[in-house]
Design a protein around this ligand. Structure first.
Ligand code: FAD
Length: 445
């Protein structure tokens, strides 16, 4: 019961950790925290404002359930991310519907030079019994969500509240208090409960209203681009090959997806293109056949003809980096901390490495019976992630800058760069290490 005797929407009014945002990052973090909490001492409240239906593994066949994080996109998970999910014990389930990326073909429309990055050339590439030699795996967000949520709801120390919103962060002496507002269903009146937390994790996405409410600013670079995504079925099998093809005004990527019983040779298309200006004909808003023709013109016929295309969705793109990520008893994580252009498929992988390191710091503090929300601990975490974040953000950003320029010397240099990349093993290895998140993983060691 709350102070005015109305029933509380949470089971308790005090938690060790409150996670605001149950997207890919918030849910992964809750699972990772529960894993290191061997003695089940931590109380965790995870709140998401979306009405997540039970996306249990057995229910996945009932068709897609929209969720802003676990939506129609696919995510290329780096080996470092695969390692993290392996440590959570959910890898075998995840890999049931995931395609390995064995090779990445990088090319540029209308120019000589292309490069083939091969996972088998990667020194120290590892494979567990579930894995094959690969740069990582492509997994549909729906399946990632289904497996994570299935795992999450079985965790005894995590309370998961959906259709509820965290707001009104107030500093307290040994933590913070927040309001948790039940968004209500239909006509029902919204209810609100105040809870205390030693540690608040803000993981409410790129347009984080909680980060803004704390007065934490972000440095934002608008690319004036959007990503149009869809699943496609091609004439030829991808054989575990991903393609990144830079075109005059963006990039077309094909990520390999697993075969389904009624649909083979599937890839996830991510086409980054300029935002449509007012009055222009939108090339993403045409009928399926016209869109397939446009994709085929930009991408070519490396996978033969595109035979089918699924529903298209569009995402505006910007680079946004929060100017502060830790405060007393508060950590900003995921897209709320840094949101990247998807050209190099790094945003979630970077956030998952942040999750792994923060959980490691918290676990160490628990073992020593120290305060898990001490500012010194949070600052140590933030400092240790800076290098990885700077390198990963810089890599994605400069890739876009390099391939987004039309001037002849840059174009010529870029083609030579791709040729050189194919000829010069060390340069190629550096590129593929960074692209697959390996270099990021090394910086953790
Ligand atoms: C087209 C595209 C392709 C991508 N591909 C890749 C890839 O291949 N590899 C990769 O590593 N990354 C990729 N990314 C990036 C990746 O999608 C993001 O890094 C990831 O979605 C970030 O997750 P998040 O949980 O931080 O934020 P979100 O996914 O935005 O989740 C935030 C959650 O918070 C909830 N919420 C918001 N406000 C509140 C509140 N006040 N209270 C409670 N809950 C709240 C929302 O409902 C939502 O569920 C891609 C991105 C795009 C756009």
């Amino acid at each position: 019961m709350t102070a005015d005797n109305s029933p509380s929407i949470t089971k308790s009014d005090r938690y060790d950790i409150v996670i605001a945002g149950g997207g890919m990052v918030g849910v992964s973090l809750a699972c990772a925290l529960a894993k290191v909490d061997v003695d089940k001492k931590l109380s965790i409240l995870l709140v998401d404002n979306f009405p997540v239906q039970r996306l249990g593994s057995n229910d996945a066949s009932q068709g897609p359930t929209y969720h802003p994080s676990f939506d129609a996109r696919s995510t290329a998970l780096s080996q470092a991310s695969i390692d993290i999910y392996e440590s959570l014990g959910i890898l075998p389930e995840l890999l049931k519907h995931a395609s390995p990326i064995r090779q990445v073909h990088v090319s540029e429309h209308g120019h000589a030079g292309s490069t083939l990055l091969d996972a088998s050339e990667q020194q120290g590439a590892r494979c567990t019994k579930e894995q094959v030699e690969s740069f990582g795996y492509v997994i549909e967000n729906q399946w990632l969500g289904a497996v994570l949520l299935d795992h999450l709801i079985a965790l005894p120390t995590v309370e998961f509240l959906t259709s509820a919103r965290v707001c009104n962060i107030t500093p307290k002496q040994a933590g913070v208090s927040v309001d948790v507002v039940d968004e209500g269903v239909g006509e029902s009146v919204a209810e609100s409960t105040t809870v205390d937390a030693s540690l608040l994790i803000v993981a409410d996405g790129a347009k984080s209203s909680l980060r803004d409410s704390l007065g934490i600013t972000s440095s934002v670079t608008h690319y004036d681009q959007r990503a149009v995504i869809a699943n496609v079925q091609t004439q030829l099998p991808h054989n575990g090959q991903a393609f990144e093809r830079f075109v005059d005004d963006g990039a077309v990527a094909f990520l390999p997806l697993i075969d389904l019983p009624d649909s083979k040779n599937r890839s996830a298309l991510i086409w980054t293109m300029p935002k449509c200006k007012d009055g222009d004909k939108d090339k993403a808003q045409v009928d399926d056949q016209a869109f397939i023709t446009a994709v085929q013109q930009a991408f070519g016929y490396r996978l033969g003809e595109i035979q089918r295309i699924g529903k298209r969705q569009s995402y505006p793109l910007a680079l946004s980096v929060a100017d502060e990520v830790v405060r007393n008893h508060i950590v900003i994580m995921g897209n709320a901390a840094h949101s990247l252009h998807p050209v190099a498929a790094q945003g979630f992988n970077l956030s998952l490495r942040d999750v792994a390191v923060l959980v490691e710091r918290i676990s160490e503090a628990m073992q020593k019976d120290e305060d898990i929300s001490a500012l010194a601990l949070l600052e140590r975490y933030a400092e240790s992630q800076l290098k990885d974040q700077d390198l990963t953000i810089g890599f994605s950003h400069h890739l876009i800058k390099l391939f987004g320029q039309q001037a002849f010397p840059v174009q010529a240099g870029r083609s030579l760069g791709l040729l050189a990349l194919d000829l010069l093993r060390p340069a190629k290895k550096q590129f593929s290490d960074r692209a697959s998140g390996i270099a990021g993983r090394r910086s953790l060691q």
